[in-house]
Design a protein around this ligand. Structure first.
Ligand code: PEP
Length: 253
């Protein structure tokens, strides 16, 4: 069955000293955990330092973003080759904060997803509705468009990971209930099945949005929730390791 996955998105936090301390503690406290994948996604400047800490462990490195061009006059951007060179296996694409503050569209998300796969990176593609959209009852419509547009023209690859992150649950302390999350995860799996047939059963779909060690146990029990993309709670080793342990212990399949 699908391997679980827990990714820590550090966002714009930590100095190199703090990063090395946090990554070292996560490494020391997760070495015995098997059956899934653990990912750390620090800011670009910390990738190399964190890579040195996790080398030889069961922890993978992810970037929080990348550009879809190889090189050139794109001040402030970073290429897939550069993040690979820094040690990344995964890359987060289309996080709602990128969509909200940096104007990333579904078209850009599609270009980045295509490019990541072409360069051998595993994209974690983020989708999710706002509170206004949920209140209007158009969650499926919004998420459906985001998933279809992100994957437009892309062949099946087991490397694609989808993260369902309701915008109203990110950093708010208000997580989706396991039923609310599972409903959308099941819907996303239906779209994947339509696009890719049986192989889509291997695609991992993560939940993100105020995940803690207290609420992940119920979420991970759901059939179509394969792990978590964690923001705030990944900045403290105790809470992040707690989430990873709960996932590894409670995952049914
Ligand atoms: C995120 O940044 O992807 C996220 C889900 O944040 P938080 O866990 O803090 O809600």
């Amino acid at each position: 069955m699908r391997r679980w996955l827990v990714a820590g998105n550090w966002k714009m936090n930590n100095t190199i000293e703090e990063a090395i301390k946090l990554a070292t503690t996560v490494r020391e406290n997760t070495y015995d955990i098997k059956g899934g994948d653990i990912i750390l996604a620090p800011p670009y400047t910390l990738l190399h330092g964190v890579k040195e800490v996790i080398e030889g462990s069961n922890i993978f490195l992810a970037a929080q973003n990348m550009f879809y061009e190889d090189k050139g006059a794109y001040t402030g951007e970073i290429s897939p080759a550069m993040i690979k060179d820094a040690g990344c296996t995964y890359v987060i694409i289309g996080h709602s904060e990128r969509r909200k503050y940096f104007g990333e569209t579904d078209e850009v998300v599609n270009l980045k997803t295509k490019k990541a796969l072409k360069e051998g990176l595993k994209p974690i593609v983020c989708v999710g509705e706002t509170d206004v959209e949920r209140d209007k009852g158009i969650t499926s419509y919004v998420v459906g468009i985001q998933v279809r547009k992100a994957l437009y023209g892309i062949e099946f690859s087991e490397d694609i990971v989808i993260a369902y992150e309701p915008v109203w649950a990110i950093g708010t302390g208000r997580n989706a209930t396991s039923e609310q999350a599972e409903e959308v995860h099941r819907f996303i799996r239906g779209i994947l099945k339509e696009l890719y047939g049986t192989p889509s059963e291997r695609t991992r779909i993560l939940y993100g949005g105020s995940v803690t060690a207290d609420n992940i146990g119920e979420l991970i029990n759901m059939e179509n929730i394969d792990g978590a993309l964690v923001g705030g709670a990944s900045l403290k080793s105790d809470s992040f390791v707690g989430i990873i342990r709960k996932v590894s212990e409670n995952r049914k399949c």
